[in-house]
Every structure is written in structure tokens, then in C-alpha cells.
Design a protein around this ligand. Sequence first.
Ligand code: FES
Length: 187
Amino acid sequence: MQENVSAHSQGVSEAEAGRLADWKPKVVAFCCTYCAYTAADLAGAMRLEYPPHVRIVQVLCTGKIETAWLLRAFEEGADAVYVAGCALGDCHFLEGNLQALRTVAYAKQLLAEVGLEPDRLEFFHIPASAGGLFAQRAREMTERARRLGPNPLRKALGKAETRKILLPPDPKPPLPPAQFGRRIQTE
Ligand code: FES
């Protein structure tokens, strides 16, 4: 029912609404190895249920995450992405989670500029002992993606086009090949 309401609000056909009902959002979770990744392990050990299509990317610390990684996840077809780091004051690299908060805030701005809902991206603090919280966040982001619908950039454009919009131009483009044997004109 929820899906049909969402489909109608987006002005899609009945057939499209039927497809949306079976649609499973793709959610990518970038998890710090010391906390959120451990919490994901714990959630598994505790046999807590969370959506199986949440894909976890393990990172040493969320401070290592770059804006381009988040945008690339959307470019590759993610419908929602979240970064999960240690609680404030608990980052093993002191301020990695604070850096990640800034990275996520900046990426949200970029998403808005290209017409993608910033709500598709989020940052969460998930302590290592919080298996239940990990499962809850995974469900929450899946529900959010379901409410927002499929990633519209992926739907509207081909992958190559999406890449052009989301990723900034290479700051160091490769040099043109050297041309040997050309005469240099001198006076
Ligand atoms: Fe977990 Fe930095 S070590 S966020």
C-alpha cells in the first residue's frame, strides 16, 4: 500500500507501480571497522533481522571516506547511502568521525545541486556494542529509500551520463603523448 501511494505521488503508471511494489532498494553502508562494522557482526550473531540488500563497505575509519566514494555509490546505482562511525569522542583516530560528518554534509549539498534528494545520504554514530541499533539504522535507511523511490539519476540517465554529472573532472588529466622527432622552429 505504501509503495502504491508513493508511486501515485510520483505520477507513474499502474504497471510501473506494480514493479515498484517488488522493488528492493539498494542501500550501501560505509562502516568503520572499530564500531559500526563490529555492531553489524554483533547483529548477525544476535540473529537480528535487517534488510539483506544493505551492502556493507568496511573502512578503517570513517575519516578516510572521500566525497567521491559517496557520489560513486550513487553513480553505481545505490538508492540510499549511509556512513556509520564511532560515537563522538570514541574515534580511534581522534577526529575521523567529525571529518566524516563534514564529508557527508558536503556530499549532501552536491546531491542537492544535481537534483538528488540529500535525504538519500546520512551519517550515524553506531557503537560496537549496539547490534540492535545497527539493524535499526539499516531498516531505517531502506525505508527512507523506499519512500523516496528509485535513484532518479540512474533512472533518467545512462550510467556514463550520471558519472559526468556526479563526479568532478579529473584535476590531473593525463598528459598528451610526447611527440618525438618534431623539429623546433628557431629564428
Ligand atoms: Fe571509528 Fe574513526 S575509528 S570513526
